[in-house]
Design a protein around this ligand. Structure first.
Ligand code: HEM
Length: 402
């Protein structure tokens, strides 16, 4: 377990404060006309959370029933599985309702998502694990919330649990009766409610967050963009050939996930274009390092270490961060320049993707091709190792004590 003191963290990130203050003041101006239902109240998502489960989960903590609820949830894994005994009346009713797919879920589009995930799976491990993962360190509200919550003291465990959602959404039967994605979403929704109950009691969080309660509807959409929107941006930047129906399916699988995670449909973009418009307004301007994010990034760079994956060393992962998220963010995160990998990625990643996709027949040295191929394979190995142990997403017992 990584042990860090708040003083180390603050020292590491000194100077990032001004950027954050500017970012958090950005108003939400995106119109619900671009959302899945095409209309909405236009209520400010920065002042909205998820009131129904928030109240129910707060009651669980007040009654001292956390262990009982966790024991019940542990036994519930499959989308079609009846709820185990042990969940009380109101909470049970809520879970029964929350586990249902939205009325607008489209089985055809979800099938297209499966094809997308099959074809693009090799990149997805690296992109979810690394582009999205590192981005979470430069989303100020998320970095502070994650760092001061229970998971901030046990990042390895937290990463495995988050990897489970990435795995479940990409699996063949994600939302089908035999899949696990609906269950994972509902559990995650309950965990977010737990964090909303617990974190305002953390003096550390309260003194730096500028929020009364974490994980607003706006925060959830920002994090949503760090996942599918960022993945799509990278694939487009790398000129990976994409079938429009399959890309649409991928979007749809994330729209359904957003709904099932408790995001109000009026904030979920209907198309990739409206997702882009929203991300340009709510994600891009706020990306900045915080002291907490610097520390989270530092822990993420050690991801490959336990397995001794040589192509996922700190240096390579740092270079990938710089390549994917740019110099400003890499510098803010105190990631050093890498003399071999920085230029290699800049010069050879583009041709590698084109050769790999069959768009170019040649154009790069075999050694560089092999090195990138092996790096992607090591991401898959890392992913598989994260998922080898049974993973149970459970209500945390408290906050990060540090
Ligand atoms: C927990 C995914 C948005 C903060 C989790 C977990 C998953 C997840 C799978 C369970 C893992 C665990 O228990 O450690 C997502 C997805 C999101 C989202 C897919 C949006 C689409 C957010 C946002 C924040 C946040 C916006 C903060 C601003 C947290 C925290 C935990 C958590 C603090 C609990 C960590 C712990 O104490 O163990 N999330 N999340 N999440 N999430 Fe999220």
């Amino acid at each position: 377990m990584v042990v860090v003191t708040r003083r180390h963290v603050l020292k590491a990130g000194a100077g990032a404060g001004a950027l954050i203050a500017a970012g958090s003041a950005t108003p939400w101006t995106w119109s619900p006309a671009g959302s899945v239902p095409g209309h909405g109240t236009g209520a400010d998502p920065k002042l909205a959370w998820d009131p129904v489960p928030d109240d129910l989960v707060a009651d669980v903590y007040r009654r001292g029933d956390v262990a009982k609820v966790n024991a019940a949830l542990r036994a519930w894994t499959r989308n079609d599985q009846p709820l185990p005994a042990g969940l009380s009346g109101d909470l049970r009713d809520f879970v029964e309702q929350a586990r249902r797919l939205p009325s607008w879920a489209d089985r055809g589009k979800l099938a297209d998502a499966v094809t997308f995930n099959q074809k693009r799976g090799t990149y997805l491990g690296a992109l979810y694990g690394f582009a999205s993962g590192m981005m979470s360190a430069v989303i100020p509200n998320e970095a502070r919330t994650v760092y001061y919550s229970h998971g901030g003291a046990a990042m390895k465990d937290r990463i495995s649990k988050t990897a489970k959602l990435g795995y479940d959404i990409g699996s063949l039967n994600a939302y089908a009766p035999s899949g696990e994605m609906a269950v994972t979403c509902v559990k995650t929704r309950l965990i977010h409610s737990a964090v909303r109950h617990l974190l305002p009691r953390s003096g550390h969080w309260a003194s730096v967050s500028g929020q009364t309660k974490p994980i607003t509807q706006a925060d959830m959409m920002v994090t949503w963009h760090s996942l599918p929107t960022t993945v799509m941006r990278m694939l487009r930047r790398w000129k990976v050939p994409l079938n429009p129906a399959e890309s649409g399916g991928f979007l749809h699988s994330w729209q359904v996930a957003g709904h099932m995670l408790g995001i109000d449909d009026q904030y979920i973009p209907a198309t990739w274009d409206s997702a882009e418009t929203q991300a340009a307004q709510v994600l891009d301007p706020i990306l900045a390092a915080t002291p907490e994010g610097v520390k989270i990034a530092d822990m993420l760079l050690d991801l490959g270490m336990q397995l001794d994956l040589t192509l996922l060393s700190r240096g390579v992962l740092g270079a990938l961060t710089r390549f994917m998220l740019g110099d400003r963010i890499a510098n803010d995160l105190r990631i050093p320049r890498e003399p071999v990998w920085d230029p290699l990625l800049n010069a050879a990643w583009g041709p590698y993707v084109l050769v790999r996709e069959g768009v170019l027949q040649a154009g790069m040295p075999k050694e560089a091709y092999w090195t990138f191929d092996e790096m992607l394979r090591q991401f898959v190995l890392l992913y598989v190792s994260e998922l080898r142990m049974p993973i149970s997403i459970e209500l945390p017992s408290g906050n990060n004590p540090h």
